[in-house]
Design a protein. Sequence first.
Length: 326
Amino acid sequence: MGRTRCFEIVVFVVLGFLGSALGDLQLGFYAQSCPKAEQIVLDYVTKHVPNAPNLAAAFLRMHFHDCFVRGCDGSVLLNDTTSTSAEKSAPPNLSLRGFDFIDRVKSLIEAECPGVVSCADILSLVARDAVVNRGGPFWQVPTGRRDGTISKASEALRNIPSPASNFTTLQARFASKGLKVKDLVLLSGGHTIGVAICSSFTNRLYNFTGKGDQDPSLDSDYAANLKANKCKTIRDNTTVVEMDPGSFKTFDLSYYTLLVKRRGLFSSDAALITDSTSRSFINQLLQDKLSNFFADFATSMEKMGNVGVKTRTRGEIRKQCAFVNS
């Protein structure tokens, strides 16, 4: 057999293996084993999210935090054990909410198809359906994820980007998950429907370098407004601020408009305009139609939803999302 022919066979085998591995997630994975699963999720979201619209941003954030630690395996849903502090207990996750919502959806699906649908898939579907319910973009959610059995607060702290992250850190954290600068810019766009507690960014207003100063990269008029009307002390742990003031209920491009005006709330938001590549993506988004942003955001969400997934015999299908199976 010639060398060229051998090479072609090797390439074919490798590509076939990769295709099989990537194909473990598939649209309609539960079509036979639990055909009503995705409709149950959609119906529950449609019924309850309109009564608590901020949950859309909460589930988007929860999904993001889950995927950045051990992959999209539902490990963020696990409770602490007697021996281990779970991801929920890590500082980046203390403000996550909506766990009871996920638990209720899981109970409904367990009643329909016991032991079939993973919590990781439920979280992925809820995040998508909640965003769409609030007028945001639709993205495909292939299913077949299995649930992880390990959840450590220390890993969440190491992997989830901080609101204080600079661009270098952001790029490195995203690259470690196979996500590019364009994905960083697009996924940050989820902040268009987000809110933040004052204490997560008040160092920029009152003590940026430890000398009682203000972050010079933050628009001074915006900073003055926040000090006067929202975050009146550096230790305000209760007041909530819209990430996209005036448009936080609408999934649109105004978050990026604020960034170029130096009105991004977090240092990690402001960091996006400090890099030429990142800024060029932002400028292009602002020149494009909203439909382009929706399509690109969907593509990045699909990529993120595939990060580190567990399939086949890896992991388990949890009976309850907060606990591993006994």
